[in-house]
Design a protein around this ligand. Sequence first.
Ligand SMILES: NC(=O)c1ccc[n+]([C@@H]2O[C@H](COP(=O)([O-])OP(=O)(O)OC[C@H]3O[C@@H](n4cnc5c(N)ncnc54)[C@H](O)[C@@H]3O)[C@@H](O)[C@H]2O)c1
Length: 357
Amino acid sequence: MNKSKKIKVALVGIGNCASSLVQGVSFYSRPESTTVGLMHPNFAGFNVSDIEFVAAFDVDKRKVGKDLAEAIFQKPNCTTKFQEVELLDTKVLRGHVLDGVAPHMREYFIVDEEQESVDIAQELRKSGAEMLISYLPVGSAEASRFYANEAIKAGVGFINAIPEFICSDPAWIAKFKEKGIPCVGDDIKSQFGATILHRIVTRFIEDRGHKIDNTYQLNVGGNTDFLNMKDESRLISKRLSKTNAVTSILGEKDFGVRIGPSDYIPHLNDNKICYINVKGKQFGELPFELDIKLSVEDSPNSAGVMIDVIRAMKVAIDRGVSGNLGAISAYYFKSPEVQYRDDIARTMVEDFINFKQ
Ligand SMILES: NC(=O)c1ccc[n+]([C@@H]2O[C@H](COP(=O)([O-])OP(=O)(O)OC[C@H]3O[C@@H](n4cnc5c(N)ncnc54)[C@H](O)[C@@H]3O)[C@@H](O)[C@H]2O)c1
């Protein structure tokens, strides 16, 4: 078991989320760095500066062959550049396309037809990676399972940031357990995003004795994630994941609910705008209505969470823990194997850090 202080991370899908994460590691590794935006400046003994990117895979010809530090700023990535990144000496390798690129995305993701796909498990082993993060586009059912399997073959941990049900699926968890490696997922829950806000507000309304009659959450944005999700057939797992994330922690489930990505607005770029509406009954069965608007940069919002998840994964590897990391999946992901209220999940994470579980 590798017990070095450095945390060796591999990424698949060098899109906006990967960009914010890689920039964030450089940003918070500066000696003069602030800790604003971090949930845990130090996580069980690990700092953000302990994170290293040792392997990267994508299929877009503007990214393949480039150093990761350059690839993250290539089009169609559009998230805000908040940090210059020095060359990392990690080249983006040509992954396996499978169902990662939807037909309507072919003009946005320009598939590299010149280079052959590399052997992912072999490259993971060669790089010394301890974990693989999947940042594939929504709807990559086959590709997600392919990369998860390569992680298992290589014996590295698997972090599933996307809404494909892998690390919440007992059959997949058993495969990771059998290989003696940890996994976490599914579908990363942004640090201060639509899901966490919607969960907390609806739970609060219920805790205060009110009744929810119906609720919706509309999301719009201008990044390729939103563009990709214009194909409703790729969206089934995303809607399920986002809806269950809210309804699963409520006592009453029999109310009108509609949650999901609603439109692609190009000029918004990586700015995501979310509208939450809740209608219900208060004391005396009188009606109430709540409207919330949240405007955030989408990709850094997931990177702030991933920076904790990576360190949790390293802690688990060092402790020899395998299978789904229940506390980490519950707090940091929308579709964990078991859902907990966020306050409970947060305590579970602190217990994990303090080695109480
Ligand atoms: N706040 C957030 O941003 C957030 C929250 C939850 C989940 N997610 C999910 O994270 C994932 C990544 O989001 P993003 O904004 O970075 O997406 P993106 O569209 O910017 O990037 C996807 C990348 O994957 C690459 N790709 C496509 N098929 C591939 C394949 N088969 N192999 C290797 N690479 C492939 C594309 O070329 C692109 O670089 C999405 O599924 C998204 O829904 C994001």
